[in-house]
Ligand binder design. Sequence first.
Ligand code: FES
Length: 162
Amino acid sequence: MRRKLAEQFTEEKMAMMDAVIEEYREIPGALLIILEKVQDVARYLPVDLQRYIAWKLGIPASRVYGVATFYSYFSMVPRGRKVVKVCNGTACYVKRSEEIKERLKQKIGVAEGEVSADGEFSIEEVRCLGACGLAPVVVVGEETFGLIDPENVGEILEKVSL
Ligand code: FES
């Protein structure tokens, strides 16, 4: 099982993920923390990695899958170091969020669900971010950008690239 994962992740990353699992394996209820920390290393949680975690912890893979799919924080597709989340809730949609997303994809040079060649960015469409008064809204990492003019999306990328 580990050999299969070693095709996707470097030995260094595998060692880091193993260390996380070992550190928390005896702590009751630590599955969420383990998934969070493993995802920090791998940048996503593919099904093979979920199975590996379950195997190492001696728990059913369905339990890991259940947690990984319940929380939107977890992703089963690769993510960039900076995830660009474009809100596509109603308030943002009517204020041209689709256009914002398309322009961001073009500027970054990446399709939705892919990671830029330098590994820096990925783009995701999300439901209402709860900041409708600032629509249209884009979140990059911890930073929120509101009242965005689709013509000026490049400014967002400049700010988060500093
Ligand atoms: S619809 Fe975008 S923040 Fe609510």
